[in-house]
Design a protein around this ligand. Structure first.
Ligand code: GTP
Ligand code: ZN
Length: 311
């Protein structure tokens, strides 16, 4: 039988079969893992092949194969000497919630997130939330950002999760897809999920309470089916992606508007920093590339901290 992993607790996997039934499964003997070395061979989102075997009175699923992953996100554990843990796989999209204030989302953060997502090969939709609280200037600022990121090719929506504004548009983007929500603490992720599917209480809040009480600190991702035919992967305690190791000459390729122009740079290994006849620098001077994007790029290349921050 074939199915999708909805939950994993380390040794057991909850798999939803194609007929819609859930089975508790484990892995049998030798198992061909995929690509990267990780502490967990199978993660939420994986497509697996399994069979039911009778153990005592109970039928237990035994996973024998794992399908090719279209993408995955990881976390590196500092404690476990940088061991890699796969958080989730086969995501169709990640929604990044952004707010101008309470909390402030800097463009440098958005750009880093987008670069990582490009490297992971996961489409990002930007959701500018809390549109109900912005004054005129702030509304103009959001429109500027929406235009900027749309031009680069990212889908952007202006929403107000609290009052349900444009939540239907988010829903439409989610149908028949597997999505994840990310963004700083307080941007409105729980509020949005609650607006999308009232009554679905994701673990995020519970876990943080437990965490405060010093109980479980290990958290596991879990997939949920929503009533309108969407799937959502909840990653308690994880607000973004793990960091991907990137070579400096790779970073520019994950800025789509840079990548598009790079063949016009004089040097084919141009880092778009101090090189002559750089198409990206020229586009920047002509205001065809946003300064905020270029600044984010330079920060990533030089590895410098956010010294200049633009909301
Ligand atoms: N005015 C306004 N407030 C909102 C909106 N969406 C969320 N909020 C408020 O923002 C605060 C944080 O919202 P949450 O949904 O808890 O944010 P979160 O991203 O889940 O936060 P963490 O669980 O810490 O990651 C709450 O007080 C919400 O009521 C919105 O569209 N407009
Ligand atoms: Zn260049």
């Amino acid at each position: 039988m074939k199915g999708t992993v909805y939950k994993s607790t380390g040794s057991w996997y909850t798999v939803k079969a194609e007929d819609g039934l859930f089975h508790e499964c484990r892995i049998k003997g030798k198992f061909r893992t995929q690509g990267i070395k990780s502490t967990n061979p199978i993660a939420v989102g994986d497509q697996v092949t399994f069979s039911l075997e009778n153990i005592g009175d109970e039928a237990v699923g035994v996973i024998s194969e794992i399908g090719e992953r279209k993408n995955y996100i990881i976390r590196k554990s500092v404690k476990l000497s940088k061991q890699t843990h796969i958080i989730a796989t086969n995501l169709d999209q990640v929604f990044l919630l952004v707010t101008l204030n309470n909390p402030t989302t800097f463009t440098s953060f958005i750009d880093r997130f987008l670069v990582t997502a490009e490297a992971y090969d996961i489409p990002v939709v930007l959701l500018f939330n809390k549109m109900d609280v912005y004054d005129d200037d702030e509304t103009v600022e959001v429109s500027y950002l929406v235009n900027l990121y749309r031009q680069i090719g990212y889908t952007c929506l202006e929403i107000a999760a609290k009052e349900g504004k444009n939540v239907d548009q988010v829903k439409n983007l989610m149908i028949d897809r597997t999505s994840m929500f990310a963004g700083h603490s307080g941007v409105g992720k729980s509020t949005l999920v609650n607006a999308l599917e009232p009554g679905l209480h994701l673990k995020t809040a519970e876990i943080s309470e437990q965490h405060l009480q010093g109980q479980h600190t290990t958290t596991f991702a879990e997939m949920y089916d929503l009533s309108f035919g969407a799937r959502i992967i909840d990653t308690p305690g994880i607000k973004g992606f793990g960091i991907v190791d990137m070579e400096p000459d790779e970073i520019g390729d994950y800025f789509p508007e840079f990548f598009e122009l790079k063949s016009e740079c004089k040097f084919n290994n141009c880092l778009h920093m101090d090189e002559p006849k750089c198409a990206i620098k020229e586009a920047l001077e002509n205001n065809e590339i946003a300064w905020s994007r270029y600044r984010s790029y330079v920060q990533m290349i030089t590895g410098e901290e956010d010294t200049y921050r633009e909301r």
